[in-house]
Design a protein around this ligand. Structure first.
Ligand code: ADP
Length: 166
């Protein structure tokens, strides 16, 4: 599935994307000029219970990036660096909204660099207009059936089945 051209710069953007927000989309658009391929990789997290099923999250990612041939969509279980090895990616992409993101991401990035045989994380600082957006907050708004259009890409329409989003 990946671009195997020798020397191709492949980056993995790992996340839960539960759901993907305008903040994530902005990071991808800013990262695109730096890489030949960006793989949006949904990590299956055994601890965090997702609000939306994997297939729904993957479908949204495919729709949002349908017009962008350099963006691929996939999922993985286990360590992010093992997935990077499998798809020949030497770079990870992450976004930073604030100092707490930085503290957490710094440690993960250092660990990944050691166990991932020189996988480097490239960080993008959130634009101020997106730095208040988090999937966690958006999930809470969805649970309360509040309006989410200002946080989510236009492709994502939340419908309700009774009280639950579907
Ligand atoms: P995870 O479950 O790994 O935290 P998320 O899907 O919540 O995955 O986020 C993936 C990445 O996107 C993280 O690096 C996070 O800091 C970044 N991110 C999330 N929201 C924003 C935003 N509004 N602006 C910039 N980066 C963001």
């Amino acid at each position: 599935m990946t671009n195997k051209k020798p020397g191709a710069k492949i980056a993995v953007f790992p996340g839960s994307f539960d759901p993907i927000t305008l903040g994530h989309v902005d990071i991808v658009h800013r990262a695109l000029p730096l890489f030949d391929e960006i793989i949006m990789a949904v990590g299956i997290n055994s601890v965090k219970k997702a609000l939306f099923p994997l297939e729904k999250r993957l479908g949204w990612l495919r729709e949002v990036f349908a017009g962008e041939p350099k963006v691929k969509v996939d999922f993985f279980e286990g360590l992010t660096v093992h997935y990077c090895d499998k798809v020949h990616a030497k770079y990870l992409i992450r976004g930073l909204r604030n100092a707490s993101d930085f503290d957490y991401e710094k440690t993960i990035s250092q660990l990944n660099n050691i166990i991932g045989k020189d996988v480097d994380t490239v960080f993008f600082i959130s634009q101020p207009k997106y730095s208040h957006i988090s999937s966690t907050i958006v999930r809470e708004i969805i649970k309360g059936q509040g309006a989410t259009e200002s946080f989510l890409p236009a492709e994502i329409k939340i419908e309700y089945n009774g009280d639950l989003p579907k």
